[in-house]
Every structure is written in structure tokens, then in C-alpha cells.
Write a protein that binds this ligand. Structure first.
Ligand SMILES: NC(=O)c1ccc[n+]([C@@H]2O[C@H](COP(=O)([O-])OP(=O)(O)OC[C@H]3O[C@@H](n4cnc5c(N)ncnc54)[C@H](O)[C@@H]3O)[C@@H](O)[C@H]2O)c1
Length: 318
């Protein structure tokens, strides 16, 4: 019998896979303090993990641990070096969340283009049509969209963008030309080339030394004045102070952020007062459907791992 720790609760559809399974038993751990995890985790063979941190201080007390199954695809909260040393496998929900994020991007593109939140406020304030001719609204039709980072999410986003009769440019130096072409995209060779021609930009790369502060004041200056940029990837890819400045100086039209340098966002962050930016609390995957899919994939990955039938795409190559 394998003992699985569910660190932070997940949707019941995922837990159902472990319930009554002959080879697995699970325990929910809701107190994610370092002290409690050090006390509890040593008895488990594997665990699921949402956003809490598993670093060496905790992991060195877990000699039985063979796999960590992330509820998501990012893994900045896990000590990768330690996992590699101790040969602990890292599993991710590789197929569960791309569509939810792609739809979130479309929602952000459309909300900003149609000034949805501004119109809503005007109607509630009794200003019905008063400022309607001053509020700028746009269509996606015939616009240039840049998808930067063409992995799981970028590939789901492109077909949704093309359905709006747009031209989609792709920046991803690690993806072959043929793949971009087969998906209906046009390759750009640098982020700068893409940003200059794009009306809409969506970021879908990891946060690395190469991508940190990639979107900064000098690059924002090169963009079109009507441009809209959306970041659902990782906080820090967009420099927040530079974005605030660029929006205030009307260098671009608008932005939407689902991810931030500090999460939760600091309450003194000037972006909270900037009405040209639309914000969501790292919630792109919070749809009913995706929450269920992610929970199922998180526990199924553990079962498949111990039954030696895990799909390679679910394992991170450490
Ligand atoms: N907001 C959310 O809730 C949410 C949910 C899921 C994923 N994410 C984040 O979205 C991002 C994309 O996720 P994914 O599942 O598509 O990842 P993925 O690994 O499938 O794709 C990432 C792509 O980025 C490319 N890339 C790497 N470095 C690059 C660079 N310097 N410039 C351009 N492209 C580069 C890679 O070649 C790859 O094709 C990740 O940062 C992930 O953590 C956020």
C-alpha cells in the first residue's frame, strides 16, 4: 500500500481515484507550515502539491518520498536540485490546463478591446451612453497577434486567435519552423520584431534568466500605441514598474496580468490604481472543468507512476 499526502485540498474528482483504490491510501494535509510538513511528510511515498513550498529543509526529512505530483505545470515552488540528487520524480499536469489559460487570454483580449469593465461602471453610475463616444473599443478582426512562447498553451491559443480572423505571429526560438507553420503561425526571429508589428501580445514562456524583465520600458517603447499585452505566464517576465510607466505615458493601449512578481500582489503596487490594466489573481486555470481535470491528472499521475505506466510528457526531465 502506497501512502499519498495530498498537500492542500484538490477537487473531489481527483481524490475519487485514490478512494477505495487497493494499492493507495491518502491523507489530506491542510496545515502547510514548515513545522507540520517536517512532522507529517516522512511517512509518505508520494505527495501532491499546489502552491506551498517544498524546499530542502522539508524534503531532507522525507526518505521514502519517490514522487511529487504538481497540481499545475510550473514548479518554481520545488527544490529541483534536491529532487535530482535524491532521484525523486517530479510530475506535472501537462494536458489539463492549456485550454483554460488560452480562453483566459481571449477573455482578456476581448474585455480590454471592448472596454467591458469601463462600460459596466458607467451604466451602474447612471452615465448610460454619456461617455460612449469617448470610450475606445476595438475589434480583433484583421489584427496582428504575437504569441511569445509556443508550448502547450501557445498552441491552444493560436487556433482560438485565428478563429477571429487575425494574423498570428509566433516568437519561440526553441520551436521548429514547420510546427509554427503547421499551426498557421508566422515565425518572427526576435521578440522585438514581433512586438513592433503586434496589436495584441500574449506571453507563454517560463520565467528564466533569459525571460526575466523581457518586457521592459525600452521594448514597450517600440510597440504600437494601440497595442494590448497579456501576461498569464509568470510574474517578472513583465517589469511591473516599466509597464505602469508605459501605460501612463500612453506608449501602449492596455495590459492584462494574471501573474505577478509578488503573489498576492503588494497593496502598494501602482498597477492596482492603473485603470488601463486588467488584473486577475493567478486564476486562469480556475474554471470548474479545469479544476476537475487538474485534480484527476494530479492523482492519476501518481497512480500511473507507481504502476510504471506514466506518460513521459507528465514527467519533468530534471
Ligand atoms: N496563469 C496560470 O494559471 C498558468 C497556468 C499554466 C501555466 N502557466 C505558465 O504559462 C507558461 C507556459 O506554460 P506552457 O504549459 O505552455 O509551457 P511549455 O513548457 O509547454 O511551453 C513554454 C514554451 O516557451 C518557450 N520558451 C522558453 N524560453 C523562451 C524564450 N526565451 N523566448 C520565447 N519562448 C521561450 C519554450 O520553447 C516552450 O515552447 C509557463 O510559464 C507556465 O508556468 C500559467
Amino acid at each position: 500500500m502506497f501512502k499519498i499526502a495530498i498537500i492542500e485540498n484538490i477537487h473531489k474528482d481527483g481524490l475519487n481515484l485514490l478512494e477505495n483504490h487497493p494499492n493507495f491510501e491518502y491523507e489530506l494535509i491542510e496545515d502547510v507550515s514548515e513545522k507540520n510538513l517536517i512532522e507529517k511528510l516522512p511517512e509518505f511515498d508520494a505527495c501532491t502539491l499546489r502552491v506551498s513550498k517544498l524546499d530542502e529543509k522539508i524534503l531532507k526529512h522525507c526518505p521514502k518520498l519517490r514522487a511529487i505530483s504538481r497540481h499545475g505545470v510550473g514548479y518554481d515552488n520545488v527544490d529541483i536540485k534536491f529532487l535530482k540528487e535524491k532521484k525523486i520524480s517530479l510530475l506535472v499536469t501537462a494536458t489539463a490546463n492549456a485550454v483554460a489559460v488560452a480562453e483566459h487570454v481571449i477573455a482578456m483580449f476581448l474585455s480590454l478591446s471592448k472596454s467591458v469593465s469601463t462600460y459596466d461602471k458607467e451604466v451602474r453610475n447612471g452615465d448610460f451612453k454619456k461617455n460612449a463616444n469617448k470610450i475606445k473599443t476595438l475589434e480583433l478582426l484583421n489584427k496582428n497577434i504575437l504569441i511569445a512562447g509556443f508550448g502547450r498553451i501557445g498552441k491552444k491559443l493560436i487556433s482560438r486567435c485565428l478563429a477571429f480572423d487575425t494574423k498570428v505571429y509566433v516568437y519561440d526560438p526553441y520551436v521548429e519552423d514547420k510546427i509554427i507553420k503547421d499551426f498557421g503561425g508566422i515565425r518572427v526571429k526576435s521578440i522585438s520584431e514581433g512586438l513592433k508589428i503586434a496589436d495584441y501580445v500574449s506571453l507563454h514562456m517560463p520565467l528564466t534568466n533569459e525571460t526575466k524583465n523581457l518586457i521592459n520600458y525600452s521594448i514597450l517603447k517600440e510597440m504600437k500605441k494601440n497595442a494590448i499585452i497579456v501576461n498569464t505566464a509568470r510574474g517578472g517576465i513583465v517589469n511591473e514598474a516599466d509597464l505602469d510607466k508605459a501605460l501612463n505615458e500612453n506608449l501602449i493601449l492596455g495590459a492584462a496580468l494574471d501573474v505577478f512578481v509578488n503573489e498576492p500582489i503588494n497593496l502598494d503596487n501602482p498597477l492596482l490604481k492603473n485603470n488601463k490594466v486588467l488584473l486577475s489573481p493567478h486564476s486562469a486555470t480556475f474554471t470548474d472543468e479545469c479544476t476537475s481535470r487538474m485534480a484527476i491528472e494530479t492523482t492519476k499521475n501518481i497512480i500511473d507512476f507507481f504502476e510504471n505506466k506514466i506518460d513521459k510528457s507528465m514527467i519533468i526531465n530534471l
